[in-house]
Design a protein. Sequence first.
Length: 290
Amino acid sequence: MTGFAQIKGQVHDGLGYSLALKSVNHRFLDLHLRMPSDYDGLEMQLRRALKAKLARGHVELTLSIERDAGQANTFNRELVGGYIETLRSIAKEFGIEAQPDLNAILKMPGAMDGGKDRNDEELETSVLKSLDEAIVKLDAMRAEEGRGIDRELRERMQRLSTVTTEIGKHRAAVSRAYLEKVQQRMQELVGAHADKDRILQEAAILAERSDIREELVRMETHVQHFLGLLDAKGEVGKKLDFLLQEMGRESNTLLSKTSGVAGEALRITELGLQMKAEIEKAREQVQNVE
């Protein structure tokens, strides 16, 4: 589900930050963090926190550190001094006339980092606290979208249940259609002297194999289970997806059992296709549900 949240924080005078979270629909949890360099430890903590509180979605976290003018002009004295000392030592050892290039040195990773807040626990604590606030705001937006998805899924389950009941009313038509089909085929093969008892026996066997009662019962059971999961709390998206896969299999079996029949039984094919359409549309929405 989609959502956005942004939190601005102040660690101390001269050091602040902005934390933004954005999520869009995705079948799994896909995390992308955009952060300043030299914050690997904080990045790992942020990833762990996101994985603990979010289950699905393409989630982007953007963290920017904001320093005042004085902070921005500071440099890592120890690191820069080490670079300069090393360069002069190399030049002396090989007898080279050279002076360190400060422009190049100051572009080295961490050179313009004053060192004051790079490993600052206060900064990490503040950012992690802000992440909790951002997730709450993000979830509020996602929950609003979720309520709309919930309504749509319930409506589709209601239509699916109605179609299942309607198909059940035409069950007997399938048996009659197969009886007529077998009788016609037997008469074509052996003429008017066909054994009526044999015809009935063959028709009964065929009708039993093509009976769709079990599929209808399982379909209604899946619908009720689906609605029960919607009422439950917690992560249900993957369970709903699995149930819809099962419903899809039941609808395919139902259609295969009733293929090739004519008359009133053709209505089952029409209803079966409606059933598949509702299931597929529900699966599209379930991909967005945690």
